[in-house]
Design a binder for this molecule. Structure first.
Ligand code: ADP
Ligand code: ADP
Length: 225
């Protein structure tokens, strides 16, 4: 089963008549890969990831996740976890309480959450028992990543998880992703900085102005400059 396969994906937002946010995009991601979606601001990364998550509907093309066609409004597969910017937490509750609340809302059994394992990968340590309002930006980001990892999904999709982090936090975030994929799971992560993805990712899809510019193993793409 291929974790992710997209074919001929296109999206034009209402109001922009001539310009495609994403244009005829196709690629696939194999099990165990850490795929970096790389491109400057406005390249279409967020639009692509939102289509993968079933949050917006493509104008054309198809997204298949573990063989299932993804459509907006359809329930998100339990095998997929997603990190998007601005995940909301209740500030007066602890990190742990926030995650427990989130998991209860999914309606899945508590033992399926693998809460401790997700937390260990995200590296929150003792901060977990403190109120989220005391968290730094980096700690909130890790909590959001831990939330995306609940249930240890086979495919994790992360939209610019290092945004707003400082260099040591960025290094830690890279380790979180590598640890996650090490167990044979698959990760897709977007970034506008090559320096952030070249050490983390096994493969890259480079986008510009909505189009795929280059795709392949990191060594090939970085090697050809
Ligand atoms: P990236 O994540 O690579 O920065 P986006 O997918 O956010 O790129 O944006 C791609 C293009 O689509 C940009 O030109 C952006 O301005 C436009 N865009 C993004 N979201 C919307 C929206 N909700 N409505 C209209 N245009 C949008
Ligand atoms: P990113 O680059 O991470 O996609 P942006 O700052 O481009 O984030 O976009 C932030 C929000 O504004 C998103 O919800 C996006 O859909 C929306 N947006 C971006 N560009 C446009 C646009 N040209 N018109 C309307 N909404 C937009």
């Amino acid at each position: 089963e291929v974790p992710l396969e997209i074919r001929g994906l296109s999206k034009r937002y209402a109001g922009s008549t001539d310009r495609y946010a994403v244009r005829d995009l196709s690629f696939r991601v194999e099990k165990g890969q850490v795929l970096g979606l790389l491109g400057p601001n406005g390249a279409g990364k967020t639009t692509t990831l939102r289509m993968l998550m079933g949050l917006i509907r493509p104008d054309e093309g198809e997204v298949r996740v573990f063989g299932h066609a993804i459509r907006p409004g359809a329930p998100v597969l339990s095998r997929v976890g997603a990190f998007v910017e601005g995940a909301g937490f209740l500030p007066h509750l602890s990190g742990r309480e926030n995650l427990e609340l989130y998991w209860r809302a999914t309606g899945r059994p508590a033992e399926d959450a693998h809460l401790e394992e997700a937390l260990e990968i995200a590296g929150l340590g003792g901060a977990l028992e403190r109120a989220v309002r005391t968290y730094s930006q980096g700690m909130r980001q890790r909590l959001a990543i831990a939330q995306a990892m609940l249930g240890l999904p086979d495919l994790m999709i992360l939209d610019e998880p290092t945004n707003g982090l400082d260099p040591p936090q960025i290094r830690e975030m890279r380790e979180v992703m590598i640890r996650y994929a090490a167990a044979g799971r698959t990760v897709i992560v977007s970034s506008h900085l090559l320096s952030e993805v070249e050490q983390t990712c096994t493969h890259l899809v480079v986008m510009d102005q909505g189009r795929l510019v280059q795709a392949g193993p990191v060594a090939e793409i970085v090697g050809t400059g």
